[in-house]
Design a protein around this ligand. Structure first.
Ligand SMILES: Nc1ncnc2c1ncn2[C@@H]1O[C@H](COP(=O)(O)OP(=O)(O)OP(=O)(O)O)[C@@H](O)[C@H]1O
Length: 484
């Protein structure tokens, strides 16, 4: 096993790293393997707090690639002047680690074989230094596997080198590739009133989303990639388009067409007009408060969409970014899963249990086992779904940084309360008359299902089809009790 060459204790953190072991170095914080970026953040954080780490701690491995904004990598040498900046990121990371640590601990209690597995995996999780990235709200990390070509981790050209179009709409009237809608750039410009701010409906890491009205009156959503992210997002754009074009399910946002030419990348999808699930959960007293039944129907819809992706699509698709802001609601509060920017095909070969790939997703929803091992399976979506289930029942975001320490990681807080039998204290106070209308047993079943989905290792999580069956059973008993 690898031998530790440096070890230091700062405040409550025990930082260690090993000698290169089979050309990999193992970094740990409090015994939990972490990648180099987390480790360097921890070093900078503690140095900024005055902790003396000792000469044995090298810093030359703290050359990292920054993740700028949502999905933009830039190579940058980290120096100590960044320590203050990194402090909040490290704090954020610690919050996330606390959740994973807690779940690992829960698993250790429930599953005797867990310790063994964790140990066996621990040396597999180390990214090469050049593959490291900073963690922000959403992020990517790369495995050290040689299967991933190093070029995919190179920093994109600087924005200034991205060729600018002399005229934004001086496009060929014949787009290079068409979806079923067969739209030209000028038709899109007309539909969005030249991408006017009035038609802007949102913005994500990929770009800005506009509402458009086509000549035949059809209302669509048009995602327009930010130009400075073109090179880096080229693959992502293609991923979204390729995957979306193959699927059709009422709980998945439908791809209608796209343009990928010159300096424009546009994805045209069906417009889902009632906002995101997160917006509905945030709705204040004057907003539209989702009742328990509506929430239950929404999670069933999401579950159906995921079941389709995992088990019934032409090829298995893993979404990788299931979260409340990627769930769109219709007027009748039916849910549709959106944003396939991080989606990936699952294992092509039935003998393959997983695919080894970069870690992508959003902090708080990310499967800790995937983060540790870079092994992606459909069960990573199941984990995110479990977190989403807790979110929809409690109304709280997965990480609530402003709350008291023991309430910051929502799933952890929920698990503690659940074990204390205080399940009603978990319920979103915005759910109208929850105490009167929702039976405690039903709430317990839902939380229990959420915790199963968010289990630390994939083998403990049910698949989405099994989750669906449990949700249907919960729904039946809920409806039965409402009638009684
Ligand atoms: N098909 C659509 N119909 C209606 N509104 C949409 C549609 N797609 C996206 N939006 C709106 O645009 C916003 C941005 O969407 P987008 O998918 O680009 O980013 P995000 O999911 O919020 O963030 P990120 O991509 O960084 O995870 C959404 O929050 C939503 O309000």
């Amino acid at each position: 096993s690898p031998s530790f060459v440096a070890s230091s204790i700062c405040q409550s953190d025990h930082l260690t790293y090993t000698k290169p072991y089979q050309q990999r170095v193992l970094f740990t914080i409090n015994g939990i393997p972490v990648d180099i970026v987390r480790f360097c953040e921890a070093i900078r954080f503690h140095k900024a707090k005055g902790c003396i780490l000792g000469d044995s701690f090298r810093h030359d491995f703290c050359t990292v690639q920054y993740l700028r904004g949502r999905r933009f990598l830039e190579e940058k040498l980290v120096d100590d002047s960044k320590s203050i900046e990194s402090e909040s990121e490290y704090h954020h990371f610690k919050v996330t680690m606390a959740a994973s640590g807690f779940l690992l601990w829960c698993c250790a209690l429930c599953c005797p074989c867990f310790h063994k597995e964790r140990k066996a995996n621990s040396h597999e999780v180390l990214p090469k230094e050049s593959n490291s990235v900073h963690q922000v709200s959403s992020f990517e990390m790369s495995p050290s596997s040689d299967k991933i070509p190093p070029s995919s981790f190179r920093a994109p050209p600087s924005p200034s080198r991205v060729p600018q179009s002399p005229s934004r709409y001086a496009m060929s009237p014949r787009p290079s590739r068409m979806g079923p809608l067969n739209l030209t750039m000028s038709q899109i410009a007309t539909a969005t009133d030249n991408f006017s701010d009035n038609n802007r409906i949102g913005e994500g890491g990929f770009g800005i989303v506009y509402k458009g009205i086509l000549e035949d009156g059809q209302v669509v959503a048009i995602k327009r990639a930010k130009k400075e992210h073109f090179e880096n997002l080229r693959k992502e754009f293609k991923s979204e388009v390729d995957l979306l074009s193959k699927i059709g399910h009422r709980n998945l946002v439908k791809l209608l067409g796209y343009v990928d030419k010159g300096d424009e990348r546009l994805i045209i999808t069906e417009y889902v007009r009632n906002g995101t699930l997160r917006e509905h959960l945030d709705a204040g007293d004057h907003g539209r408060k989702l009742n328990f039944n509506q929430r239950l129907e929404i999670v069933i819809d999401v579950c159906h969409g995921l079941t389709y992706l995992h088990s019934y699509a032409e090829r298995q698709i893993i979404h990788r970014d299931i979260k409340s802001s990627n769930i769109l609601l219709t007027d009748s509060l039916r849910a549709k899963v959106a944003d396939f920017g991080f989606a990936r095909g699952g294992p092509a070969d039935s003998n393959q249990t997983h695919i080894l790939t970069q870690v992508k997703g959003t902090v708080g929803y990310l499967d800790p086992e995937y983060m540790r091992t870079y092994q992606l399976t459909a069960k990573s979506d199941v984990y995110s779904f479990g977190i989403l289930l807790v979110e929809i029942l409690t109304g709280r975001r997965p990480v609530e940084a402003k709350r008291d320490h023991d309430e910051r990681i929502t799933v952890r807080w929920a698990f503690d309360k659940y074990n204390e039998g205080k399940v009603f204290e978990l319920v979103d106070p915005k759910i109208p008359n929850a105490r009167e209308r929702v039976d405690e047993k039903i709430l317990k079943k839902m939380f229990s299902l959420a915790f199963q989905c968010a289990a630390p290792t994939r083998k403990e999580r049910p698949d989405m089809e099994a989750v669906g069956k449990q949700l249907w059973a919960i729904r039946s008993s809920y409806l039965r009790r409402s009638i009684e």
